[in-house]
Design a protein around this ligand. Structure first.
Ligand SMILES: Cc1ncc(COP(=O)(O)O)c(C=O)c1O
Length: 442
């Protein structure tokens, strides 16, 4: 008789126990060693077992793990906020801490809504987002997420916000070609605003580079400048969800730097504490915060927010990113790994597309490369490849690009400490897994 397991997650899949982690490697209790080719859920940017973080945790533990934010200010929270603000541009200088990505997104939505309430524009309650997209699994964040399997059971409970097609040149929603398309995926924001009544719109929400829902889709260079102009024309905010892209993941400290996109609020988490502690933040401008505070205060907050230990970890992660030049390494090794993935594409017919920036890379699997025909979802091509890779000691992150329903893809996003030599091992293991997958699928 098997032992009762009181834990449950998304499925009944049995997984090995983790024993030890170091660098980009994870070892299970049977002694098998894996390369973490997805940094967990694209979170562990600085890799595992970082001595600086461990030392900082020990030091902070001697002082305090917790002090409630309405009773005490704490030094790590203030110091980390100062460092963040220094890195951010155009007046994003007010930090509100949370403990994860969904909370950061919820907080951004609420900051935006409360700002408009406080300046007398109470009609603004709709958030235009993109299809597909992933902004989190809590009900507010789900209301701007577009990924059918995650949305379906909760549709009656979730606000029906407007969506526009995500920039996705490989599978253009308008069946057009860049640049003749005139970046229609950006200009349609104006149509969505007009269709829903400009006085009802609060913000447009987007990831700078696509994450789990599209596997690292990169928008055209001018995408965000068109978006910003439309936001300004209608007096709405641009909220950037940098939960996955910030802290060096795309080869710049923040993803928006690739596009010069000027946000009114950004949501952060994941790489901020790199998996060593739950941490996130929404960052906005003084003007927005002043309006909210002058009108009576921000009606939002979570118990663990601004936790001294989480913020101390955030500082040590920040130090590590800077001292080890991890943003530059992400750009350099990312380019190298992407070239390698393109080489694999030439020898494996199931790779339809290779995309991404820095160490946020994606491969999309197709049944027919010429016609870009996706696999039948029943074949589970993405999980088949992820399982073969796992067997072969490589962890990848499988999802689907056509609103979560079809278009199998995998994120290839190892920690930012990955070397070119380690990238070669990743490519080698992936090559073998692709071979086995092709034999399984055809
Ligand atoms: C872009 C983006 N936003 C929000 C979230 C939600 O973050 P969390 O899982 O920490 O709630 C994620 C998680 O993958 C994400 O990738």
């Amino acid at each position: 008789m098997t032992e009762h397991n009181p834990l449950f997650y998304q499925s009944r899949k049995q997984l090995p126990f983790i024993e030890k982690t170091e660098g980009i490697y994870m070892t299970d209790s049977a002694g098998k060693k894996y390369i973490d080719g997805s940094s967990g859920a694209i979170i562990c940017n600085i890799g595992y077992g970082n001595k600086k973080v461990i030392q900082r945790i020990n030091e902070q533990a001697e002082k305090t793990f917790f002090a409630y934010r309405t009773h005490f200010e704490n030094r790590p929270a203030l110091d980390l906020a100062n460092r963040l603000v220094e890195k951010l541009s155009w007046g994003l200088n007010k930090v509100f801490y949370v403990s994860g990505g969904s909370e950061a997104v919820e907080t951004a939505l609420k900051i935006c809504r409360q700002y408009y309430c406080s300046i007398g524009e109470r009609g603004r309650h709709l958030f235009v987002s993109r299809k597909p997209s992933y902004h989190g699994c809590t009900l507010g964040a789900l209301g701007i997420t577009s990924y059918a399997p995650l949305e379906e059971p909760f549709k009656p409970m979730v606000k029906n916000n407007p969506r526009i097609p995500a920039p996705f040149c490989y599978r253009c929603a308008f069946d057009m070609e860049y640049p003749q398309c005139g970046v229609k995926c950006a200009t349609v924001l104006e149509d969505a605003i007009e269709a829903n009544g400009p006085e009802n719109i609060a913000a447009f929400v987007a990831e700078p580079v696509g994450g789990a829902s599209t596997a690292a889709t990169v928008p055209p260079d001018e995408y965000f400048s068109i978006i910003r102009k439309i936001c300004d024309k209608y007096g709405i905010m641009l909220i950037l969800d940098e939960v996955m892209t910030a802290f060096g993941r795309t080869g710049r400290f923040f993803g928006y730097e690739h596009f010069g996109a000027k946000a009114d609020i950004i949501a952060l988490s994941k790489g901020m504490a790199s998996g060593y502690f739950p941490l996130g933040a929404a960052v906005t401008t003084e003007k927005i915060v002043d309006a909210i505070l002058d009108a009576g205060g921000f009606q939002h907050g979570h118990t663990y927010a601004g936790n001294p230990m989480a913020c101390a970890v955030g500082e040590a992660v920040f130090d590590t990113i800077e001292e080890r030049n991890l943003v530059e390494n992400s750009a350099k090794v990312g380019t190298y790994l992407k070239e390698g993935l393109k080489r694999l594409q030439t020898s494996h017919r199931i790779i339809g597309d290779v995309r991404g920036k820095g160490l946020l890379l994606g491969i999309e699997l197709v049944a027919d490369r010429e016609t870009k025909t996706p696999f039948d979802p029943g074949q589970n091509a993405n999980f088949t490849l992820a399982d073969h890779a796992y067997e072969n000691g490589l962890i990848l992150y499988p999802r689907r690009s056509i609103n979560g329903v079809r278009g199998d893809h995998l994120l290839v996003a190892p920690p930012l400490i990955t070397t070119k030599e380690e990238a070669d091992i990743i490519l080698d293991r992936l090559d073998t897994a692709l071979e086995r997958t092709e034999k399984t699928l055809f």
